[in-house]
Design a protein around this ligand. Structure first.
Ligand code: ATP
Length: 363
């Protein structure tokens, strides 16, 4: 099957500001792809280029194999759901949903049936006579979705569609959105800066930073094998540690941190002995033991001192200053032995496969 969307070396400037630099990406038909990144990284601009609301300076955009780079927005087979819902305030819910179908000249009976079906799909049966201002934020959001889905666009673009909802409603809408996308088999491209939203909804995520795509992968790939320091800290709140390569084997390296040797995974970068590298480790991968504990594999243990603790319900975040001065955070589940006092000196270790060498941010 042809990819739903293909982007070839897109660039976009606003004056001297480079909003997008050399963006290439393929989105498969029926895929849920998320553009994830911090504010200002270019996510919305990229979505607007696909929608035809902005024009790229260079590069091409294909939809289902057709070059649509120069096609006006209204002729593109995509629909956009914006952050602020953008419902027509003077039209009731039914007419809002029917709007696109009426413009397509569909018969009244078909439109009526379709509006009913869409309202049922988003769980809002029986409200077609209400006006947008009479609805809650969550209801308005669902009407905006119903309006977008009514025209059955092969590609639906969603720009932070849940950012105005409270956390409870947002979780509820996420489940609904995912279920709807599966049920309809449509291609969804979602823009968000919310990692949890991206991880829970997406088939694949494209992580963006400063107008570039740094890495594209499944949520699990990005979480377990981030390729850059930025992806590691943005997706998994990873600790980033500096070390020096001592030995390098196929997909593993032995690295010196302070005076200790640790084993780490390396999936992305060529390394050689003596090289300084950045290592990413998730807070929840870090284990801590008393100095007196005998570990089964001494080589992977560092020493450090607990400097701070932050209780967070099911776990406690410990800040640990390692003997070489680097600082890491460990998320420790509550056990009787983890109830140390601030100031306690401890051993720190992790399963070697759960620490990876990543590209530093400045390359
Ligand atoms: P946010 O999450 O805050 O919406 P974003 O990742 O969607 O951010 P964009 O809105 O795409 O980022 O903006 C990318 C860059 O391009 C920013 O530096 C922004 O200031 C700039 N930019 C976007 N649109 C315009 C415009 N119409 N005129 C000038 N600069 C713009």
């Amino acid at each position: 099957m042809l990819p739903a969307v293909e982007l070839f070396t897109l660039t976009k400037r606003f004056g001297s500001q480079i909003a997008l630099a050399d963006i290439s990406l393929q989105v498969d038909a029926g895929e849920f792809l998320t553009l994830l990144g911090p504010s200002g990284c270019g996510k919305t601009t990229l979505l607007r280029l696909i929608a035809g609301l902005e024009h790229p300076d260079t590069g091409r955009i294909h939809l289902a194999g057709q070059d649509i780079t120069n096609q006006p927005a209204y002729r593109r087979p995509v629909h956009t759901v914006f952050q602020n819902y953008a419902l027509f305030p003077h039209l009731n819910v039914g007419d809002n949903i029917a709007f696109g179908l009426m413009r397509k000249g569909q018969p009244q009976s078909v439109i009526r049936q379709r509006v009913e079906a869409m309202l049922k799909l988003v769980g809002l049966e029986g409200i077609h006579h209400q006006y947008p201002h009479e609805l809650s934020g969550g209801q308005q959001q669902r009407v905006a979705l119903a309006r977008a889905l009514a025209c059955e666009p092969p590609v639906l673009l969603l720009d932070e569609p849940m950012s105005a909802l409270d956390p409870h409603l947002r979780r509820h809408m996420r489940r609904e959105l995912k279920a709807l996308q599966r049920q309809l088999g449509m291609t969804f491209i979602l823009v968000t800066h919310d990692q949890v939203e991206a991880l829970t909804l997406s088939d694949r995520i494209a992580v963006m930073h400063s107008g570039r795509i740094l890495q594209v992968g499944t949520p699990e790939e990005l979480h377990t094998t981030p390729s850059t320091a930025f992806v590691a800290s943005f997706i998994g709140n990873c600790n980033l540690l500096r070390g020096e390569v001592r030995r390098t084997e196929h997909h593993t390296c032995t690295v010196v941190i302070g005076e200790h040797l640790v084993n780490v995974a390396n999936n992305h970068l060529p390394t050689k002995p003596g090289q300084t590298v950045t290592i990413a480790v998730h807070p929840e991968s870090i284990q801590v033991a008393s100095l007196s504990d005998v570990l089964s594999n001494h080589r992977t243990a560092l020493t450090g001192q607990l400097t701070e603790r932050a209780y967070a319900g099911s776990e406690t975040y410990w800040t640990i200053r390692l003997s070489d001065g680097q600082v890491i955070t460990a998320a420790l589940r509550h056990t009787p032995t983890s109830d140390w006092a601030v100031g306690t000196r401890v051993q720190v270790f992790w399963p070697p496969s759960q620490a990876v060498i990543v590209k530093p941010d400045d390359t």
